[in-house]
Design a protein around this ligand. Structure first.
Ligand code: CP
Length: 350
């Protein structure tokens, strides 16, 4: 069976640790042995983008190049044909071809396929099926990599690596879990003028609990709690790894004593597709912005965000420009972890 990288939860801790260790070697300029130096030599990856990107597109293209491979970017509906994902559809609308052909044809040309496909933000019961990613995974005969759909596993790994670096765990042989276990981790909702994807929040909760941290999900009201699937993953991780999971709507107690503050904005799932109803609720919580006063409640916490970030909406200039902010390092780590994921998939690991 073809091995994909759709979610970190599908990979074992040992596999994730190996990817992070390889990413650290790439970052230090060590290829991990001559035979591993250019594991994509003569290989190629199709990067299929249904949504915009700065970091993901750049880091995957550069990463493939640095590993000796070649990347082809496709944007269905723009520079590639629009795709149908449902079986049985009479395709007399916009879509010119079906995922059953697209994924199998691409698999004849390339050795991996990356997919970015955000929710459509109309019906969460449909979006939570992740049909675009699952369609590629179903029909492709080469590994598929999630470049952000309803989770963002590449961001998770970059985040874990940045935290490991921050807390001094880059010594050979140390695992992120050894370094991060017992740290207080706060995933805080922040205001944004639009209702955004829950992917990074789902992912932050997943990886933070996977690393054995004491995790607080801070959000304005119960409506902003994440989908039960990801809450269940987090609870399962706590049961397996130790640590804890708390949901809080109280800013002061959540920030108090925190070692990590990770910020993200997302739309409330009960209002999915009816954002006019959610908007006035969201507007009441602009004060969830990450600022110096909140960071002062922490234990000299590291602050991060996946980027892009609207300054002085999600976090203040002072926080973004402070030594606490590790967002740029986390963004750099996207390159290293994705190279490690591509190298692992090219070798057929896992
Ligand atoms: N964090 C992230 O995935 O950035 P892009 O949307 O720019 O790719």
């Amino acid at each position: 069976m073809t091995r994909h990288f759709l979610n970190t939860q599908d990979w074992t801790r040992a596999e994730l640790d190996a990817v992070l260790a390889q990413a650290a070697r790439f970052k230090r300029g060590l290829a991990g042995g001559a035979s591993n130096g250019r594991p994509l030599e003569g290989k190629s990856i199709a990067l299929v983008f249904f949504n915009p990107s700065l970091r993901t597109r750049t880091s995957f293209e550069i990463g493939a190049f640095q590993l000796g491979g070649h990347a082809v970017v496709l944007q269905p509906g723009k520079d590639a044909w629009p795709i149908e994902f449902d079986l049985g559809t009479v395709m007399d609308g916009e879509a010119e071809e079906h995922i059953a052909e697209v994924a199998r044809v691409l698999s004849r040309y390339v050795d991996m396929i990356g997919v970015r496909a955000f929710p459509k933000f109309v019906d969460w019961s449909l979006d939570r099926q992740d049909r675009v990613l699952q369609g590629f995974a179903k029909y492709a005969t080469v590994p598929v990599i999630n470049m952000e759909t309803i989770t963002h596993p590449c961001q998770e790994l970059a985040h874990a690596m940045a935290l490991q670096e921050r807390f001094g765990g880059t010594d050979p042989g140390s695992s992120p879990e050894q370094v991060l276990r017992g740290k207080k981790y706060v995933l805080t909702w922040t205001y944004h003028p639009k209702a955004l994807n829950t992917a990074v929040a789902n992912s932050a909760l997943t990886i933070a609990t996977r690393m054995g941290m004491d995790v607080t999900l801070l959000c304005p009201t119960p409506e902003y709690v994440l989908d039960e699937r990801y809450m269940d993953w987090a609870r399962a991780n706590v049961a397996e790894q130790g640590g804890s999971l708390t949901v809080s709507h109280d800013i002061e107690s959540a920030y108090s004593g925190a070692d990590v503050v990770y910020a993200k904005s997302w739309g409330a799932l009960p209002y999915f597709g009816d954002w006019e109803r959610e908007k006035p609720i969201r507007e009441r919580y602009r004060h969830f912005i990450v600022d110096e006063a909140k960071m002062a409640l922490t234990r000299n916490a590291a602050f991060s965000h996946c980027l892009p970030l609207r300054r002085n909406v999600k976090a203040t200039d002072a926080v973004m420009d402070s030594p606490a902010c590790i967002a740029i390092g986390e963004a750099e780590n996207r390159l290293h972890v994705q190279k490690a994921v591509m190298a692992a998939l090219a070798r057929g690991d896992g």
